[in-house]
Structure formats: structure tokens, C-alpha cells
Design a binder for this molecule. Structure first.
Ligand code: URA
Length: 189
């Protein structure tokens, strides 16, 4: 696919992933395809599955507030998920499902070609960094990564759904948001 629209159509037509038949619909990315900042989540939950849009439930509303606190909104970021179909009952995607869907996420990163990338929580962090290290160890430290043919700085941070369950961790997430804000300023974005 050479455009995001072509990629969306290819993803919609793909029948190789076992979670697709149990999902309501494809949950493609949201935000600005020209954005210089890209966020990667895990996969759609109930609300996302209903609306076909990532991060629209409670976790998404918290994410919007986190972005707002550093002057960002969905006109300035692009938001995608590791898997574009809701895993049944909101379970984590399996390694097989992640591997099958990885090329879709990689192509989104290549086509958007962001200057900065942020991973939200364990699942995208472990998948993209190819590590078993937990997010609490990984968060807050930028590393240069390759995602497909894209290469650039990636910041792992805590998932907003985790922050809803563990409000005490919000201080760490705030540090990460400030780190993102600084990186944006340094990159002249
Ligand atoms: N959690 C995610 O990781 N992605 C979404 O789109 C919604 C909740």
C-alpha cells in the first residue's frame, strides 16, 4: 500500500487474523496522517470496536487530557494500535496475532513517517522493542528504533488504561509527557 487509504482497504480485506471475525469492524488509526508525532496502543476495546476509532473510551479520554496538558490534540498526532481488531473480551493480543498484524502497523509508521513515536503500555513496547522487559522498567527512556523502513526516537510510556486503575502512577506518566514536550521543542516541531 502506498497510501493510508489503500492500507486501510488492504487491512479491511485481510482475513488471515483469527480475531477479525469476532470483532464488529476494523478499527483503523485516528488523528492527522501528516502528524510528526505518532502514538501506538495495544488494540481496540469495546468502545473502539463499536465506533471503529482508536482510543475513544475512558482510556482514550484520559489520553486526550494527557496530550492536552502538553499542548497536543488529535490534529497534531496520529494514533494507531498494534492490532486493528478487538481481541475477544479485551484480552491481550497473542504473540501470533501481534506477529500477523505487525506489517500493518509497520506500514502505518512508514507512511506517516513521524519524527517522534510513543508506545503506550506493555504490549506495543515489548512488541516494537522486541523485549520481555516490563513497561515500568522501559518507560521514560528514549531509544532509536527501526520499525519497518522507518527509524527514529521512540518513548515508551504507561498506558492510560493502567493509569485509570493505578492513579498513583500518573506522576511517572506526567514525567514522560514532559519529556515528550521537550523532545518536540528540541525537534522544532
Ligand atoms: N486501548 C488501546 O490500547 N487502544 C485503544 O484503541 C483503546 C484502548
Amino acid at each position: 500500500a502506498t497510501t493510508l487509504e489503500a492500507l486501510r482497504a488492504a487491512m479491511d480485506a485481510y482475513d488471515g487474523c483469527t480475531i477479525k471475525p469476532r470483532a464488529t469492524q476494523l478499527c483503523f488509526a485516528d488523528g492527522n496522517p501528516e502528524a510528526q508525532i505518532m502514538l501506538v496502543g495495544e488494540g481496540p476495546g469495546e468502545q473502539e470496536d463499536k465506533l471503529g476509532k482508536p482510543f475513544v473510551g475512558r482510556a482514550g479520554q484520559l489520553l486526550d487530557r494527557m496530550l492536552g496538558a502538553i499542548g497536543l490534540d488529535r490534529t497534531k498526532v496520529f494514533i494507531a494500535n498494534m492490532v486493528p481488531w478487538r481481541p475477544p473480551g479485551n484480552r491481550n493480543p497473542t504473540p501470533e496475532e501481534l506477529a500477523l498484524c505487525a506489517p500493518f502497523l509497520q506500514r502505518q509508521v512508514e507512511l506517516v513517517n513521524p519524527r517522534l513515536l510513543v508506545t503506550l503500555g506493555n504490549v506495543p513496547t515489548q512488541a516494537l522493542f522486541e523485549t520481555n522487559q516490563g513497561i515500568t522498567r522501559m518507560r521514560g527512556t528514549w531509544k532509536t528504533l527501526n520499525v519497518g523502513n522507518w527509524s527514529g526516537p521512540v518513548l515508551p510510556t504507561l498506558h492510560p488504561a493502567f493509569l485509570l486503575r493505578t492513579p498513583a502512577a500518573k506522576a511517572q506518566a506526567w514525567k514522560d509527557m514532559l519529556s515528550l514536550k521537550q523532545a518536540i521543542a528540541e525537534a522544532g516541531i
